[in-house]
Design a protein around this ligand. Structure first.
Ligand SMILES: O=C(O)CCC(=O)C(=O)O
Length: 370
């Protein structure tokens, strides 16, 4: 299979996504113009997503638990998106996570490039994906870094900022270390809920994701003079297990349901949660990992914080026995998360068929190695 990285053309190397320069141009570079059938639609309807009271569920309130489990089950069988409120995340921490993101993306490009993401790597700073793809480029900048829930990696985020950006960034490290730890905690609570709603036992997935090796991404979408021609994040399903997203008040997240794009409006009190491909495999296909994207606008920058829960690198992704029977045979092969990550970083640009393409790739690789 050709690597998407090979798609890179020579002229790409000179293309730089620097919003502070691009904003003075009346047009946008052609690499950012998406095909007509993928361009943003002028009007979209709001997606009806349930509001889940996580606190009520976690405190053991039987009525709140039953309600939460039913609502989550319905949403995850249909599209995999829901909102959680009463999640226990400190408002001050959330505000700081947004503030420090603004501070980082306001730095001059050369400063941000100290954290430059290397080809084939999933961590670091990326100004669009100019070095990786030659067309359908996203109108955004990102900073991604690893988080680990292992006891011996309790400072991994702080160390990342210190090593890559230097002493002056220790406060960034502190804020995002704390934020990731809090997100990991919320994810484990949601895993209890998913275990219950799938009838797989409350502790099953919680235990599976203890010691997770996850990814945190800060998304920054500068204003764009031609927002109707481009996308901030192209349509994709998350290859990871569960995404916990906090978007600012600008709006731009869209989900593809029943053949149409729908928006999910900002709600500062809530996290947007969605099922990723790895959890779809864990649930033996019962819960959906759904196509989503982000649109941009011409007036205001937009920010979102995305925590991608991933299993510990040594865990085998296999559905619990209770989710496999004659009526529900296995859909996806066993795999470990680092293989799927490698597949999406080196060989395949994530879309709505990632898991099927990955399954075929894995089977082919196993046959070749036998
Ligand atoms: O910014 C958003 O609303 C969506 C971000 C997203 O889909 C991603 O980072 O994978």
């Amino acid at each position: 299979m050709p690597s998407p990285i090979d798609e890179r053309k020579d002229e790409q190397q000179s293309l730089v996504f620097d919003a502070s320069v691009l904003r003075y141009q009346s047009n946008i570079p052609i690499q950012f113009i998406w095909p007509d059938d993928e361009k943003p639609c002028p009007k979209v309807h709001e997606l009806l997503v349930p509001l889940i009271d996580l606190g009520g569920f976690l405190s053991g309130d039987p009525i709140a638990s039953l309600k939460a489990s039913r609502l989550v089950d319905e949403a995850c069988r249909k599209h995999g998106f829901f909102l959680v409120v009463n999640h226990g995340i400190d408002a001050q921490l959330l505000a700081e996570a947004h503030q420090y993101m603004e501070l980082f993306f306001d730095l001059p490009l050369s400063e941000k490039q100290r954290a430059q993401r290397k080809l084939g790597d999933h961590c670091g700073y990326a100004s669009s994906f100019t070095g990786r793809f030659s067309s359908k480029l996203p109108w955004k900048e990102t900073l991604s870094f690893s988080y680990s829930d292992h006891v011996h990696s309790s400072n991994i985020v702080e160390e990342y900022f210190l090593n890559i950006m230097g002493e002056g960034f220790s406060e960034f490290g502190r804020v995002y270390q704390e934020y990731c730890k809090a997100m990991s905690g919320v994810s484990l609570g949601i895993m209890e809920l998913l275990g219950m709603s799938l009838g797989a036992g409350r502790g099953n997935f919680r235990e599976f994701f203890q010691g997770n090796d996850s990814i945190m991404r800060l998304n920054y979408y500068p204003p764009c003079q031609k927002p109707d021609l481009t996308l901030g994040t192209g349509p994709h399903c998350d290859p990871t297990s569960l995404t916990i997203l906090h978007q600012d008040q600008v709006g731009g997240l869209q989900v593809f349901v029943d053949g149409q794009w729908h928006s999910i409006s900002p709600n500062s009190e809530a996290f947007v949660v969605n099922i990723g491909d790895t959890f779809m495999a864990l649930s033996n296909g019962r819960y959906k990992s759904c196509l989503h994207r982000a649109v941009v606008n011409s007036k205001r920058p937009r920010k979102s914080l995305a925590f991608f829960l991933c299993p510990s690198t040594d865990k085998v992704v296999t559905p619990p026995k209770g989710l496999v029977d004659m009526e529900h045979p296995r859909i996806y092969p066993d795999f470990k998360w680092p293989s799927l990550l490698e597949f999406t970083q080196k060989y395949y640009r994530a879309d709505m068929k990632t898991l099927d393409a990955f399954s075929k790739w894995l089977q082919q690789k196993t046959t070749e190695e036998a």
